[in-house]
Design a protein around this ligand. Structure first.
Ligand code: ZN
Length: 233
């Protein structure tokens, strides 16, 4: 029986080098047996990394089959309402969300625009089934567009201008304030109330205070470096 002089692992009699650390085996009392078959296969048996096309195919088939089966069930078995449209819309939205996984070189801006269109489409399906008081055109659609634009601006800031963590946080807070005010104004317009800012002013105030602090930190080098050092950013 031989043992590796470097790592101490027990070695098979056919090993001329240690399989773990590649140290040569020299045992005068037991020369390497070059005739006996090796105790492990020469060819590695594990599968290679998963290909992107395989993942694309798998996710696409699962989502397509889910949508088709639910559509058929809705048409021929459970016919009370158009419930399958929710499932089909959800499957389409999930597929759109997965597009950056399917196509590695896809522009993130195009992906964000398609995600926004997908979300607007899902709200459209719900609105078609439950028209209500015109909530889709007055509230859901404008908010979908606004959210898409805000996310797009954030992505541009991060990618094109290489925004730091502090500046990205400041921008995100500003966008939260804009979004909150837009929600309040659109709700007022939908309910035919005079448009005004009340509860969103609280959010706006908090965001302005934090943004003022962040901008001050960003513009003062010593403050900025101290915050980065303490927060490891
Ligand atoms: Zn070894």
């Amino acid at each position: 029986m031989s043992y590796c002089v470097n790592c101490g692992v027990e070695l098979d009699k056919t090993c001329s080098v240690c399989p773990l650390c590649n140290t040569g085996v020299h045992n005068p009392k037991q020369p390497v047996d070059r005739e006996a078959p090796a105790p492990f296969p020469a060819k590695r048996g594990y599968a290679g990394p998963v290909q992107r096309t395989d993942v694309t195919l798998l996710i696409s088939i699962v989502l397509a089959v889910t949508g088709c089966v639910c559509g058929l069930l809705n048409l021929f078995v459970f016919q009370k309402s158009h419930w399958s449209l929710y499932v089909i819309g959800g499957c389409v939205l999930l597929w759109v969300f997965c597009l950056p996984v399917f196509f590695h070189g896809m522009s993130p801006y195009v992906s964000i625009l398609l995600d926004g269109a997908g979300i607007a489409m899902c709200f459209g399906i719900i609105a078609w089934l439950h028209p209500g008081n015109g909530w889709y055109l007055r509230l859901a659609f404008p908010l979908s567009v606004l959210t898409t634009v805000l996310v797009l601006l954030f992505a541009i800031w991060v990618r094109q201008f290489h925004g730091s963590v502090l500046s990205c946080s400041a921008l995100a807070l500003g966008e939260v304030a804009v979004f909150t005010m837009a929600v309040e104004l659109l709700v007022d317009l939908m309910q035919k109330d005079p448009p005004g800012i009340t509860w969103s002013a609280i959010v706006l105030t908090c965001c302005v205070i934090i943004d003022a602090a962040l901008i001050t930190i960003i513009r003062r080098t010593r403050l900025r470096e101290e915050v980065r050092r303490r927060m490891h950013i």
